[in-house]
Design a protein. Structure first.
Length: 202
């Protein structure tokens, strides 16, 4: 059993969950590129060998954080999007939620999109992503009927949402009273414009 070091926060309980939380804290402070299993262990006050009872290595712990990130994303933004019966409005709401997630949960966003984690290696990550990708795909298919038209619209909306998220994180909207909401609403409006002109996307 893992033992807490002097001053450590972990005593007895779910070490796996505690490591996921500690990893998110480290990433928030140091960035995902500077994250290590050893630092997460020190943060909890457990032996540096303790995480290996639950994770084979750094990527395995990052994958667990990614699962948590998708769960947070889905819980925060899928219910809001589902309130829109029109698929175009729902798609705009998903784009808005994507940017809000980037701004409000930056460490988790960076795990998903800036860690270099090969999600295909971890089926649990793909499973956690599925409710979000399904919601997105259902909107696009409803608007286009599927096929190449769906792929074109999906790519354009993804680019709009991710582009606004990255501009937000790079400080492009820092002069705005509420940079997160400003960027989120811009992404939503661009999405609505893409939906309206989807026949021009090819």
């Amino acid at each position: 059993m893992a033992r807490a070091g002097k001053g450590g926060r972990y005593h007895h309980g779910d070490l796996r969950a505690a490591l996921v939380s500690a990893a998110a804290e480290v990433i928030a402070e140091r960035g995902v590129r500077n994250f290590s299993l050893a630092e997460a262990s020190r943060r909890l006050g457990v032996a540096v060998s303790a995480p290996y009872a639950h994770f084979a290595g750094r990527d395995e712990l990052l994958a667990a954080v990614a699962v948590h990130a998708y769960e947070v994303f889905g819980a925060e933004f899928l219910p809001a999007a589902s309130q829109y019966p029109d698929p175009g409005d729902r798609l705009a709401a998903l784009a808005r939620g994507y940017v809000r997630f980037a701004g409000r949960q930056r460490p988790l966003f960076e795990v998903l999109f800036g860690s270099g984690l090969d999600k295909c290696r971890f089926p649990e990550v793909k499973a956690a992503e599925k409710p979000l990708s399904d919601a997105f795909g259902e909107c696009v298919d409803a608007l286009t009927g599927g096929g190449a038209a769906a792929e074109s619209l999906a790519s354009a909306v993804e680019a709009a949402a991710h582009g606004h998220a990255m501009m937000l994180l790079d400080g492009e909207y820092s002069e705005q009273p509420d940079p997160v909401e400003f960027a989120a609403e811009r992404a939503a409006r661009v999405t609505q414009a893409l939906v309206a002109s989807r026949q021009l996307l090819g």
